[in-house]
Design a protein around this ligand. Structure first.
Ligand code: GDP
Length: 196
């Protein structure tokens, strides 16, 4: 897919206030610092379309970007902020869960995990929750440039083994590096295929 137009549309705290048209939405989620903003900027070919986690407040919102006037790329809040108080964490959790469960336009959720880390409890719990609720998702391994090819393969295998413990079928898996541009075409082509 060629991205000829990418525009920031709106930020919301509530899925009910998100754009009212029926364009398909592809949402991106992951823990803070997983490389979500960098990946969105890579996909859209913009240096700073998505604000990085260093931008205060931005990571707490549901951000809609209109791509080629055809579909929305949705930047969801990062989950599992250990530093925030429980109240704030719960509010954020509700915001995410409501969007994921109730936003009928959401076609697919890309769950980002850092290639360098072993499967993390919080990511596995979120994936489990997606399964229980029948939410379509794909798994994206970010920052792949930070590992050797062997180590990367090992990390992905480890994830697969963990998922096989409770899943009969694995979700689609993508490997990306925003530093090297890896995985951009695969991910966009996948979205294009679904949109057809
Ligand atoms: P977010 O909090 O998930 O939006 O994460 P950011 O996109 O802001 O990235 C967090 C940090 O990881 C920043 O310092 C990025 O430069 C770095 N980073 C993100 N993606 C990559 C990548 O693919 N490769 C490398 N080497 N660093 C990355």
């Amino acid at each position: 897919m060629v991205i000829h137009d990418a525009q920031f549309i709106v930020s919301n705290i509530d899925y009910r206030q998100c754009p009212q048209d029926d364009k398909p939405e592809y949402a991106f989620i992951g823990r803070s610092n997983v490389g979500k903003s960098s990946l969105i900027n890579l996909l859209t070919n913009r240096k700073s379309l998505a604000m990085t986690s260093s931008t205060p407040g931005k990571t707490l919102l549901i951000n809609h970007f209109l791509i080629n006037n055809e579909w929305y790329l949705v930047d969801l809040p990062g989950y599992g902020y250990a530093r925030r108080g429980k109240k704030e964490r719960d509010r954020l959790k509700k915001r995410i869960e409501e969007y994921v469960l109730c936003r009928t336009q959401m076609t697919l959720l890309f769950v980002l995990v850092d290639s360098r880390h072993e499967p993390q409890k919080i990511d596995l719990a979120f994936i489990e929750w997606l399964g229980e609720n029948g939410i379509p998702f794909a798994l994206v391994f970010t920052k792949s440039d930070k590992l050797s090819a062997t180590k990367l393969q090992h990390q992905i295998e480890q994830y697969k083994q963990t998922l096989y413990e409770s899943w009969e079928e694995l979700p689609p898996i993508f490997v990306t590096s925003s530093a090297k541009g890896t995985g951009r075409d695969e991910l966009l082509d996948y979205i294009e295929q679904i949109n057809r």
